[in-house]
Design a protein around this ligand. Sequence first.
Ligand SMILES: CC(=O)N[C@H]1[C@@H](OP(=O)(O)O)O[C@H](CO)[C@@H](O)[C@@H]1O
Ligand SMILES: [Mg+2]
Length: 554
Amino acid sequence: MDEEQKSILLKTSSRFPIPPGVKFSYGTAGFRADALVLESTVYRAGILAALRSIKTRSVIGLMITASHNKISDNGVKIADPSGGMLTQAWEPFADALANATDSDCLLQLIIEFAKEESILIDGHCRAEVLLGRDTRPSGESLLEAAKQGINSIVGSAAIDMGILTTPQLHWMVRARNKGMKASERDYFEQLSSSFRYLMNLVPGECKVKGTDYKLVVDGANGVGGEKLECLMNMLDGLVIEVRNTGKGGGILNEGVGADYVQKEKVVPQEFGSNDIGMRCASLDGDADRLVYFIVPSVSSNNIMLVDGDKMLSLFALFIKEQLSILYKGVDENNPYQARFGVVQTAYANGASTDFLKELGLEVVLTPTGVKFLHEKAVEYDIGIYFEANGHGTILFSDSFLCWLEKRQNELSSMSEGSEPQKAALRLLAVSKLVNQAVGDAFSGLLLAEAILQTLSWSINQWSELYQDLPSRQLKVKVMDRTAVVTANAETVVVKPPGIQEAINAETVKYPRGRSFIRPSGTEDVIRVYAEASTQEGADSLAHSVGKLVEQFLE
Ligand SMILES: CC(=O)N[C@H]1[C@@H](OP(=O)(O)O)O[C@H](CO)[C@@H](O)[C@@H]1O
Ligand SMILES: [Mg+2]
């Protein structure tokens, strides 16, 4: 690193001193905190993104969002060349950068890390970082901080893509690195054209009519609402009404959005008695999560939730069906046996896991956080992962898609319009509709809609795939959440000693009882999850386990 580069880094970093007394950690989904303390972190994340771009010789993404968290929070996360999350191998460097006490420490860290990783910072390597942000008011100044971080590595270009959903930015990074067209328009084109393709394959007698035709979407007063309005103008065969677009004065994520609806299981704002029985859906603040719901009656505020597990179940059922139709037409001597797997976390409702296993599917659990689920799902030819909160996607391997293209061509020359050919076309369309970079509420929504029409199902039929076990989630504030250490995909606590035995002793008191605790990666709390055969049981188990957390961690 030459003297000029060093002096640029020293000069720009001195404008972004770290706030006293805050420790930053690149958690489940990047850095998140109150927006007021984030400038230095975002500036430093900009430096990291530029270095990552030089290292990988690829375009990198930097997204400013705090997703479903409150409007005064914000956050930053990095998208790797594949469009997926930043490699976990660089997270310790991210943490060290964010917490470096002054400009000299920061410079030293960068010099050492660049040496270790053989990153040549000489002004000749061109780094390119795409920037996006959600609708939070703090986003604008934080984006400036990110730009300054990127530009402080000589030869780097920061390209502001404007206000975007998180999955849009990840999609663009992936598309750019694959040499494909990567504008917002291209994103909308790909989603709407593959949706049209799937809808054209809906059997004529299945088209859903009447009230079922319309979908009402809660946009969480965030970026998803306004983007969905753009997308829906390009769709045929689906009527969407978007509420909580943020234009009507509602506050981001306050009493609205996928996280609220899934965790509280109540009707979001702007929804009520006029919507009874309608097919409704909720996006989160950056539109990477989606849940469906029904308002069952006027008498209570409760909803009937169709969560990420049920979305996963619908998708798995559909894909399994298409694969079996497809294989009927395959030459027995030369079948491509696609490895099909499903990935969940411990938060998945026990009834969903039973359902998927009964379907004969391979189900694996990983720790919470899509980076873990994604990493597992890529091991399959078709890997579906979803968190119960509605964040997930379906990944297709290149080799399977290549075989499928070939097979589709053979089938079309043999018997155009046959059921196996249609199954191949459907699977190909799904692989284009579903964001291959990260979970995307828009992909999920369009796929769910197309499948419901293909099967001629109402949301009630979907919801009845299986009966959720009653569950309850709680948060417990503790002095030090890192005191809780878990194992086996977070299903067992290994520290503090004795607490797991105490949780077990509580759990056995409840029929179908299951409970676990883990430190949140995005909030300063311990999360408690419990399920049981009755809601009272789940509530009481969660409550008792919450008490144990207080006792063991005080
Ligand atoms: C129980 C729960 O919903 N946890 C969420 C939440 O993580 P925590 O580490 O639990 O705070 O935010 C993550 C990022 O959005 C998401 O991946 C995860 O599923
Ligand atoms: Mg989100």
